[in-house]
Design a protein around this ligand. Sequence first.
Ligand SMILES: C[S@@+](CC[C@H](N)C(=O)[O-])C[C@H]1O[C@@H](n2cnc3c(N)ncnc32)[C@H](O)[C@@H]1O
Length: 197
Amino acid sequence: MATYEPRDKFYRKARQLGLPSRAAFKIEELIARGDLVRKGGRVVDLGCAPGGWLAILARAVGPDGFVVGVDLAEVKGAPRGVVTMAGDILDPAVSERVAAALGGKADLVTSDLAPKLTGIAVRDEARSHELIEMALEFAIHTLAPGGTLIAKIFMSGDFTAIVRKFKEHFAKVEVKRTKASRPGSAELYVIARDFIR
Ligand SMILES: C[S@@+](CC[C@H](N)C(=O)[O-])C[C@H]1O[C@@H](n2cnc3c(N)ncnc32)[C@H](O)[C@@H]1O
């Protein structure tokens, strides 16, 4: 059986490289595999704290790009040129503020949103479901035609129904696991490309 090792090789590598979290390697792997972000791109990162994905996304879009991040928690020391805000993305006023900060359509929306686990399976599953639905809803309102959404999804009873919803809005939908996900984790990522409507 897989054992949980909090200070595994990804944790140590993140420390060595000065990255705020080991999660950085997940988005690095996902965008590299699919060539999912370009220089000058405009990105929104949902559930961005402590900022591992922001570091990778900011590097990927370069100085002519723009990244906006939002999380319940404040992000300390965000990369230069990245705008972050603290708030609950389920609050419509917060999602409007995030969209306004971007000031136009996004090329890429990323979501690593995850609820604080209570240990009560039904409650945790319902909360995860709400967050992935929110990521999709936000992307529908924010992406430019042809844009991409990368969103964390947990393997659960709702999995097939959620993926089907993504397929209503994107021409290409894949589900991937990353090497940096913890062994035994139910975490997967939906990569939805070519936003239609
Ligand atoms: C796995 S962590 C994200 C790690 C991040 N991608 C990184 O690279 O550092 C999940 C995040 O989702 C955030 N989150 C959960 N529910 C949220 C909500 N309703 N609104 C905003 N952020 C939320 C949590 O605060 C947490 O920081």
